[in-house]
Design a protein. Sequence first.
Length: 284
Amino acid sequence: MSSGARPGELGAFLRARRAGLSPRTVGLPDTGGRRRVTGLRREEVAELAEISTDQYTRLEQGRIRPSAPVLDALARVLHLDDEQRAHMFDLAGHALDPGRPVRRPAQRALPRLLRVLHDLNRSPAMILGRRMDILAWNPLAAALITEFSEIPEKNRNFLRLLFTDPAMRDLYADWEGVARAGVAQLCWEAARDPDDARLLALVGQLSVRDPDFRTWWAARHVAAQGAGVQRLHHPVVGELTLDWDTLVPATGADQRLVVWSAESGTQAHDKLLILASWGRTPRE
């Protein structure tokens, strides 16, 4: 053991954190009924961290010292914030990696993009930031996709919605194609900024919850897409096919305006006009 390691305290910390999490929190099915333990079972933590149950048990008992990669996996599984992660590394006698993931400050939509967004009355549009976070949207985008204002800001991410909201699978006729493209976009962003803690947390959460995401993320197909055609099955106006385009400001700023549109006189255009009648005040 390292002279700075405190294995007994580390074990107590892991037990306390495990007891404070529910299966639903980490993406495991909640089968109902009475559980014999409070929180997660040891074997559940071990499986999610991809280590053996015996190894994790010995960690909680203070009998072995975990490696830094094992600590990183446990930090992801146990949903530790930066301070909790640092404390766990300290208890294990490990110095934090100077190249550890960095938590970026929250983004706000650029004023120039907001002006364009607010002027779009007949085209659904939204502003995406890093990690495909949804920074702003117009009323027609909310009518077409979902009421973004009802989603907690910390979960307002387009890729998260694709994989966690069943309605999104019904909305997109080619859900798999849209989801694969989103994963490829996220891989592209990860290659540009591998130390983004929020991106790594998003990847960890979606990997636990969805086997398709795990498979496609592991393939590491990298692509940044800027235009295309999407066919949607909307619950109110029915099927419509829309063009979508991405507008990126010359200044960069890791933000882009995504706009859906249809040619005037088409059924899809008429259906957008119907959705526009539901318009609400744009939200940021």
